[in-house]
Design a protein around this ligand. Structure first.
Ligand SMILES: Cc1cc2nc3c(=O)[nH]c(=O)nc-3n(C[C@H](O)[C@H](O)[C@H](O)COP(=O)(O)OP(=O)(O)OC[C@H]3O[C@@H](n4cnc5c(N)ncnc54)[C@H](O)[C@@H]3O)c2cc1C
Length: 309
């Protein structure tokens, strides 16, 4: 089977989510990549070095500069003429592109796969991860999004894929890039961080969130996350949200501060290797998944912990 993997990049380097997606694709067959963007020579060269990659298709055109799904999907649909499976990471961009590809080539998308059971069957979470379904498709071509925390990352070095330019399909003129407001941070990216410190509604305000969570995260070299309640209350930006409707993370250590452990939050972090929970309520559901639990008032405990780290 010939697979095509969407390369998620920032214009300069390949994002880690791509590496896990390559591993998923390698379980199906030959791995080809698609790098779409503008001025993406460096990305294509880096992508070609990923272990196990056979070919890197490069579509370098202004129409792909901001990975607008409306422009990228027709390009991928065209490449699916000679590929059997398209795989994208379950990231915001991947989830924007893949369903459009599925619609264009008239197949069903299988979302958020956790494992490859065979050439046409996969496991995926349902009910916010409380049950795992095995799904089998009779479609001739596959469109899959991949839960990247469920697959090991392919080695970023060691491959020698052939880089091949592909013709651009142009601007679909259905959408226009207006601008991007990016939260600049020196901290690691949430989905690839080894340690995450997340804050919940209990922080009480944006000021307190940053005053307590940021110093602990900085001492630990951690990324900062948040519950949806904290995001909805404006304590933390939207892209900090961990959970069913936020980011899915599985760091080495996840520190949940003042987070109750609602099922939708657990759906995004319960695969973390070590979970540390700080909560004043000893019956909080977060303690059911925590490896280390600290019952106490976060306003006392967190500054003390930060000082001692
Ligand atoms: C469709 C849907 C999707 C959702 N998606 C997500 C999602 O992606 N991510 C997500 O997080 N939620 C999500 N939610 C919301 C989720 O159900 C919860 O409402 C949310 O996670 C609660 O956030 P919280 O734990 O910060 O707040 P709360 O539930 O209010 O918990 C606050 C916790 O802090 C503790 N606390 C209070 N004061 C202190 C103190 N001084 N010291 C120590 N501990 C203290 C309390 O004991 C409590 O356990 C979703 C809900 C729905 C319906």
């Amino acid at each position: 089977m010939k697979t095509l993997v969407w390369v998620e990049h920032d214009g300069g380097s390949v994002k880690d989510a791509t590496l896990a997606t390559v591993t998923a694709a390698s379980k199906l067959g030959e791995v080809h990549l698609i790098v779409a963007g503008h001025g993406v020579d460096g990305v294509a060269q880096a992508a070609a070095k990923i272990a196990g990659v056979g070919k890197v298709h490069v579509a370098d055109d202004a129409a792909y500069a901001n990975a607008l799904a409306e422009n990228v999907a027709p390009l991928i649909a065209q490449l699916m003429g000679h590929h059997d499976a398209f795989l994208a990471p379950s990231t915001t961009t991947g989830k924007n592109i893949a369903p459009r590809v599925a619609a264009l080539i008239d197949v069903m998308q299988i979302s958020d796969i956790l494992s490859v059971e065979g050439p046409d069957s996969f496991t995926r979470p349902i009910y916010a991860g409380n049950a795992i379904a095995t799904v089998k498709t009779s479609d001739k071509k596959l469109v899959l999004t991949v839960r990247t925390t469920a697959f090991e990352k392919a080695a970023a070095e060691g491959g020698s894929g052939a880089v091949e330019a592909v013709a651009a399909t142009g601007d679909a003129a259905k959408s226009r890039f207006v601008g991007a407001e990016k939260a600049e941070s020196a901290r690691p990216e949430l989905t690839s961080a080894k340690i995450i410190v997340s804050g919940g509604r209990a922080l009480g305000s944006e000021e307190q969130f940053h005053a307590l969570i940021d110093p602990l995260a900085d001492k630990l070299g951690a990324a900062v996350g948040a519950s949806r309640a904290a995001v909805d209350a404006g304590y933390a930006p939207n892209d900090y949200q961990v959970g069913q409707t936020g980011k899915i993370v599985a760091p080495e250590v996840y520190v949940a501060v003042g987070i109750s452990g609602a099922i939708q939050h657990l759906a995004g972090m319960k695969d973390s290797k070590v979970i540390v929970a700080i909560n004043k309520d000893e019956d909080a559901p977060i303690f059911q998944v925590a490896d280390i639990g600290l019952v106490g008032d976060l306003f006392t405990v967190v500054p003390e912990l930060t000082e001692k780290v």
